[in-house]
Design a protein around this ligand. Structure first.
Ligand code: KG4
Ligand code: ZN
Length: 341
């Protein structure tokens, strides 16, 4: 089966073509057109600008992927969560192709797709054999959640953030340190040579008896520390970045391990843009390795931030569960900026 997938929920326009044959798969195209350089000027994403750029980018990307109707069996597209005007561009494009080519349209939840990216490893290979129950830690610019999975397409949120997402906290700390946008990659780069114990920062809700998170207080604590310092030189930036990153990671790891134990999970899956963070990858892997009989999965680096390949594998799994549901789906699928798992 060949899946064409489209993703336009935020500031990346992405198109992918994935071929799945039983347990084997092959990546035929995986294209991402990033708008980071445009939004950098504004210090964050401007929804109106993002949508217009998606309109400009989507057809050239489809052309570059070199697909024709006869190549494709199904079309997968993200219909939420995300920015409403950005989502509409991808969905209307996918609906048009679905009608024109008479191919099933499979709406995909962006967050589920981040989790399901874990079934892929490399450009060509076998789908990972992930055992259930599984616990997934989703960390992105808009979400921070712990999700339990009883199967590939059976999800239940067990806890989420009460305020800021962890990616958002990275972005805000970068702003406080005048490092530019998006903050995650820059803060994690600065943290490499910093002292993670230099500044005493809180670990919000680390001992709470639930799986909820809160990152807005941590960001405020960083601001208070910065206000106390006379000169913000590169040493301060490195130490503050490392201290903030370590505080955030410790909370994420402790809660993930607790959830893994409570739900007797056999697998732990990391996902979302912040899963590009090297320290989080290393420290969570180590923590999971210390548990008996639990396997750790993390997406390939290029599948951590927004991409369409994760949408393709998600569409494939959903379609395989209930083919009839998607035959004329183009008539009724709508975007939902607040789509939940
Ligand atoms: O999943 P994603 O690409 O978009 C959303 O669905 O939100 O995640 C983007 C988020 C941004 O907040 C960005 O700063 C963060 O992921 N991010 C990182 C790193 N790379 C991206 N955060 C920490 N460390 C990184 N290396
Ligand atoms: Zn995302």
């Amino acid at each position: 089966m060949k899946i064409l997938a489209i993703e336009s929920s935020c500031d990346e326009t992405a198109v992918a073509v994935l071929e799945v044959n039983g347990q084997n798969y092959k990546v035929l195209a995986n294209l991402v057109s990033s708008q980071i350089n445009i939004h950098k000027k504004y210090g964050g994403i401007v929804p109106e600008v993002a949508a217009r750029k998606h309109v400009e980018n989507i057809i050239p990307l489809l052309e570059e992927a070199k697909i024709t109707a006869s190549d494709i069996d199904i079309i997968g597209v993200v219909n939420g969560p995300g920015l409403v005007t950005s989502l509409i561009v991808g969905l209307e494009t996918a609906k048009t192709l679905s009608l024109l080519w008479q191919k099933p349209l499979v709406p995909v939840n962006h967050i589920k797709a981040h989790i399901q990216a874990n079934w892929l490893k490399g450009d060509s290979g076998s789908l990972q054999n992930i055992l259930f129950p599984a616990i997934s830690l989703i960390v992105s610019g808009g979400h921070t959640s712990l999700v339990s999975l009883s199967d590939k397409c059976k999800f239940k949120v067990v806890g989420e953030t009460r305020d800021d997402a962890v990616g958002e906290a990275f972005d805000k700390v970068a702003k406080l340190l005048d490092l530019g946008y998006p903050g995650g990659p820059i803060v994690s780069q600065k943290a490499i040579n910093g002292d993670p114990h230099k500044y005493k920062l809180p670990r919000p809700m680390i001992d709470a008896k639930n799986f909820e998170f809160s990152f807005s207080g941590l960001k405020t604590a960083v601001r208070y520390e910065i206000d106390k310092i006379k000169t913000i030189d590169d040493q301060v930036i490195q130490d503050m970045s490392a201290s903030f990153q370590q505080a955030a990671i410790e909370v994420l790891i402790k809660k993930t391990i607790k959830a893994t134990q409570k739900y007797k999970a056999k697998s732990v899956l990391l996902g979302g843009g912040v899963s590009a963070n090297n320290e989080l990858r290393l420290q969570l892997e180590k923590a999971v390795d210390e548990l008996d009989g639990v396997k750790f999965y993390q997406p390939d680096l290029e599948l951590t931030t927004d991409n369409a390949l994760m949408v393709a594998i998600s569409a494939y799994f959903e379609y395989s569960e209930n083919k009839a549901k998607y035959v004329n789906a183009w008539k009724k699928v709508k975007v939902n900026p607040n789509l939940e798992i």
